[in-house]
Write a protein that binds this ligand. Structure first.
Ligand code: ATR
Length: 280
């Protein structure tokens, strides 16, 4: 079997996905390639999709701005992707395109890999900061993994409420404002920052202040440019254990690769290499 894989999106020239997936192919002793298929938003997406079908890929990833736009072209969609309303992985099987979303599940895998205690204790108090696309995927994956004490804080609290309403939320889950999150910050075991606050070029910004943290708290930031965000640096200085955003890239890719090839590649040591690549 020779796997023909790829990525659609725009702009994607700097994507690290070819490196990740070609490393996975090597590590699982399989042959194939992963190509970057840039689709200019000025072109007709429908006709670009037709050309894509003719390439007879085994599977492909989907990134900005096509994660929602691809949905009408799929013959099937899995529950997570349907719930989130966005697809980042397509499996092409027997002439059918099946959509998945591996972002949230990849994120939770990465968190549990670094903090294995989270594989067992699903009663941890979790705070998600933000209620955008990234938060949606992470929340859906945490629910799927049976976490049942989740609070979503957002500047626009209505969006956090809508997120709870639109998913199969647990009765204990809550929607609050960022200000309320700041006041209650001491009660959480895991804090997950999913907004773009702190991303280059605004790297001095932090979304909430973190002074009174619970002992042993885990603080995670999905921003990975810079890798050590101000948010994580502050968390660390107050004694928190931290979780870096770039590891999500590896684990969402690992899950996509499983969907395409039925093999789970070992991601060991790729973390450090990815870090070096991101730091240029
Ligand atoms: P993504 O898909 O990356 O999650 P998004 O869907 O645009 O991006 O969501 C962005 C999130 O970051 C939202 O939760 C947004 O809060 P609002 O819903 O109130 O807009 C949050 N966000 C962005 N900039 C922010 C800021 N300066 N302060 C607080 N929250 C911010």
């Amino acid at each position: 079997m020779y796997y023909q894989l790829g990525l659609i999106g725009y702009p994607i020239q700097h994507s690290l996905s070819p490196w990740i997936h070609e490393t996975f192919l090597q590590r699982t002793d399989q042959k194939g390639n992963y190509s970057l298929i840039e689709i200019d938003p000025k072109m007709s997406f429908a006709s670009e999709v037709e050309t894509l079908r003719e390439r007879n890929l085994h599977g492909f990833n989907v990134t900005v701005p096509y994660k929602e736009k691809i949905i009408p072209y799929l013959q099937d969609i899995d529950d997570q992707a349907k719930q989130i309303g966005a697809v980042n992985t397509v499996l092409c099987k027997n002439g059918k395109w099946i959509g998945y979303n591996t972002d949230g599940i990849g994120y939770v895998r990465s968190l549990q890999h670094h903090y294995p205690e989270l594989k067992k204790d699903k009663g941890k108090q979790i705070l998600i900061l933000g209620a955008g696309g990234a938060a949606k995927g992470i929340y859906a994956a945490l629910l799927k993994d049976d976490f049942h004490q989740i609070t979503i804080a957002n500047r626009t609290v209505e969006k956090a409420k809508a997120l709870l309403m639109n998913q199969h939320s647990d009765v204990n889950d809550k929607a609050i404002t960022i200000k309320e999150a700041e006041k209650t910050i001491t009660q959480y075991d895991v804090i997950i920052q999913t907004t773009s606050v702190g991303m280059k070029p605004n790297e001095t910004e932090t979304i909430v202040s973190l002074q009174t943290l619970k002992e042993n708290v885990i603080v995670s930031d999905i921003v990975y440019q810079p890798l050590y965000t101000s948010f994580l640096q502050k968390a660390q200085s107050f004694g928190a254990r931290i979780h870096l955003g770039h590891t999500m890239l590896l684990y969402q890719a690992q899950y996509a690769f499983e969907i395409w090839t039925n093999q789970t590649p070992n991601v060991e040591r790729m973390d450090e290499e990815l870090q070096k690549k991101l730091e240029g």
